[in-house]
Ligand binder design. Sequence first.
Ligand code: NAG
Ligand code: NAG
Length: 200
Amino acid sequence: MPPKLIRGTGRKTHPLVWGFAIICTIIAIGVIVAGLVVFIGYMIIGPRVPFISVIYAKLDRLDNSQAEILQIQMSLVIRAENDNAKAHASFSDFNLLLSFHGVDIAELRNDPFDIPKNKSQDFTYVAQSTPIPLDPEEQEEVDLSLKQNKITFDLKGSVRTRWRVGILGSVKFWGHLDCQLQFFPYNGSRINKDCSTKSR
Ligand SMILES: *[C@@H]1O[C@H](CO)[C@@H](O)[C@H](O)[C@H]1NC(C)=O
Ligand SMILES: *[C@@H]1O[C@H](CO)[C@@H](O)[C@H](O)[C@H]1NC(C)=O
């Protein structure tokens, strides 16, 4: 059988393929243009993520007079800040947990609220624990804190913020708080200052 003759056909690109390539190009350009618009809009408007921070904390009372029972009271002022000059910010799902070495002390919550443009608002909390039974290890932690004149609490939680960025629509953002609040146990003064959901 003679071999089949294969003729070079100088393949033509099918018009459908061309159409597809053109559509892809248009989509790619569209994506780039949209990205540029968002980026330039972002640079011009300069949106700032609204945040909360602990601006004041004092350990009002630390009662460990009865061994293996801890009772505390702490005052906190939490500031919600909206540094956007052109956008309202709303805060919701505000939920923080104060604890001592894994022992829950108090939950700090807040109803949803709004902060106008370029404004902030302070919220005062007085976290009062019920008498907390401590296991020996936790009692040791308290003894050590008193000896070192430094007691550490954890404040953890999150808040959801939402604000408009010009024509680009509204942005939602979860702010997470995870900080240690340290005090001098004898006078209750706060030692460290930094505690904010602001990303650094
Ligand atoms: C935002 O507030 C600060 C002071 O709180 C003020 O100095 C600043 O001019 C304000 N910015 C705008 C755009 O209103
Ligand atoms: C609290 O006590 C610490 C040392 O124990 C001291 O450095 C600090 O200044 C005191 N704070 C106040 C407000 O008295």
